[in-house]
Design a protein around this ligand. Structure first.
Ligand code: FMN
Ligand code: SF4
Length: 516
């Protein structure tokens, strides 16, 4: 009797809605009914609203069943689900789900498709091909490809990756480092996690390629502590790669040494800022450093260091395999390639959508996301994490492009899109921005440390109707000071959400429900 392959994601969002129980129930039911199945715990495809999304392989096609619960499983077996039988949970073959097929999957293409902790499956899906190519072609070819791709940092600042890598490559030092920023602290973001859980070996390959390009022999992954499952998956993947000679000394006999250490963060937002992250990696308190020197010249332990976000690094293997020009053909203007947008908040179909730059906010929210979960009209959308501006409903046709966003006083950040319906109290959201800054400030500079606390007080007075106009002017002035005089973007960008509320939702200060 043949064995049927059944896929159940082992990914944090899927597990949080019962994927482990579903997997267990499938194993039990298969045993009870005498059906031979092979359970594969894949990563998530990113359609979080359909989790747990179970697939069964029938004649080479993977048939999807959405929102499966453990209680559904006996019924699904009775409906011959192992043969793709009809059932109310049955959707269609996975490669016909519109949410997934209308994406431009460059970086996330293996997520959901492969078994994350199978080296064999990874190799079958081009795994380590790009590293082999990088080792054969040499550093200059990799630097040229990354530069030609126009890839910019996906962690928030959008700095050109090719320039960063070349700076480190050209800096003389016997020791250099690759530091992968996996702190993923922005509200509504989960793309780093999805990639690390769905394609952990891909991240290892990406970091090794960066090592080849700049001449680094050691990498660190700084992982946020709130991701325990990711930690488990990455730890196993690192061991698998090491055991098979893809990490360590003399990788695959190439003469190139590279190893990676996994480091858990301590739950601080500012530790995602690259220099605070380096301090934390060195075992110190996560406080922002003065720049210069740049990390590229003197970073971790004072050595030249590439600091890159998970998704930035994850975009590199295909750039090496397919050429930088191919990547640069996607996107618009100076925003080349794709961004992994993450739909969250009050949205019907939350999840990850990897799409070329240039798609509009409306296309993502209405087309992919299906509008608000509440069914009420969209009032505001915050893009780029807690330091991102709130867009009004009139701004939803803005194309997602770094420069188009800068033009409207907003930013793309890490691609998190958090939707609010028309019941949202935007005065409270402005207050929250200042309060968040006050709580998370590292304390090194005055405009951020003191300004954010004063900002909460000023907003509270406005909400209370105490001298509203004078306090409005004071808040505008405070925002200018924080923007121009803060040492890093924490204090420097907190004014973005505050100003956007003043601009688009000022009437909410009069109707706000209280002081939080
Ligand atoms: C307060 C603050 C928090 C940040 N948090 C993160 C984070 O969680 N993850 C990240 O990749 N970058 C974060 N950044 C951006 C990093 O400082 C840095 O620009 C990035 O890691 C560089 O990698 P990239 O060029 O690949 O984007 C943060 C920046 C600031 C100011
Ligand atoms: S802006 Fe805030 S977080 Fe950044 S260095 Fe100053 S006090 Fe620290």
């Amino acid at each position: 009797m043949s064995v049927t392959r059944i896929y159940v994601p082992r990914e944090t969002a899927a597990v949080s809605v019962g994927a482990d129980e579903v997997a267990l129930q499938i194993a039990r039911e298969a045993k009870r009914t005498g059906v031979r199945v092979q359970l594969i715990r894949n990563g998530s495809w990113g359609a979080s609203w359909l989790e747990p999304l179970v697939e069964v392989e029938v004649d080479g096609a993977r048939i999807a069943y959405g929102n499966v619960t453990a209680a559904d499983v006996p019924d699904m077996f009775a409906a011959n689900f192992v043969q793709g039988g009809e059932h109310e949970r049955r959707l269609c073959p996975i490669n016909e789900i519109p949410y997934l097929i209308n994406q431009d999957r460059w970086t996330f293409w293996r997520c959901g498709l492969v078994e994350p902790l199978s080296l064999e499956d990874f190799r079958k899906h081009q795994g380590f091909n790009a590293l082999e190519k990088a080792l054969a072609d040499g550093p200059e070819a990799v630097l040229d490809a990354v530069t030609a791709s126009g890839l910019r940092g996906r962690g928030g600042a959008g700095f050109p990756t090719g320039i960063k890598w070349r700076t480190v490559a050209e800096t003389e030092s016997p020791q250099k480092y690759i530091a992968c920023n996996a702190d993923e602290g922005d509200s509504g973001t989960f793309s780093d996690r999805l990639l690390m859980e769905g394609d952990p070996l891909g991240l290892i390959e990406s970091m090794a390629i960066a090592g080849v390009a700049v001449g680094a022999s050691k990498g660190y992954i700084y992982l946020r502590s709130e991701y325990p499952l990711t930690h488990t998956i990455l730890s196993r993947a690192l061991q698998l790669a090491r055991d098979a000679g893809w990490l360590g000394e003399n990788i695959q006999g190439s003469g190139f040494d590279f190893d990676i250490e996994l480091h858990l963060g301590a739950g601080s937002y500012v530790c995602g800022e690259e220099t605070a992250m380096l301090e934390s990696l060195e075992g110190k308190r996560g406080i922002v450093r003065y720049k210069p020197p740049l990390p590229a010249h003197a970073g971790l332990f004072g050595k030249p260091t590439v600091v890159n976000n998970v998704v930035t690094l994850g975009s590199v293997p295909n750039i090496v395999n397919l050429g930088g020009e191919r990547y640069a053909q996607m996107g618009v203007n100076r925003s080349k390639g794709t961004l992994a947008f993450q739909l969250a908040g009050n949205i019907k179909r939350g999840g990850l959508v990897e799409k070329s730059f240039g798609v509009t906010v409306r296309e993502l929210i209405e087309g992919y996301g299906g509008g608000t979960a509440s069914g009420l009209p969209v009032k505001a959308v915050q893009i780029g994490g807690p330091l991102g501006a709130y867009l009004s409903a009139e701004q939803l046709d803005t194309p997602l492009d770094y420069e188009a966003f800068a033009d409207i006083g907003a930013m793309l950040g890490h691609g998190g899109i958090v939707v609010f319906d028309d019941t949202a109290d935007m005065a409270q959201q402005a207050r929250f921005a200042m309060e968040f800054c006050a709580i998370e400030s590292c304390g090194k500079c005055t405009p951020c440390r003191i300004g954010s606390t004063r900002g909460v007080e000023v907003i509270d007075r406005m909400i209370a109707g105490d001298n509203r106009e004078a306090n409005y002017d004071l808040l505008v002035e405070l925002c200018d000071t924080m923007e121009h005089a803060s040492l890093c973007a924490m204090g420097g960008m907190t004014p973005y959400p505050v100003r956007s509320v003043l601009k688009h939702f000022a009437e909410d200060f009069a109707t706000s429900g209280g002081n939080g």
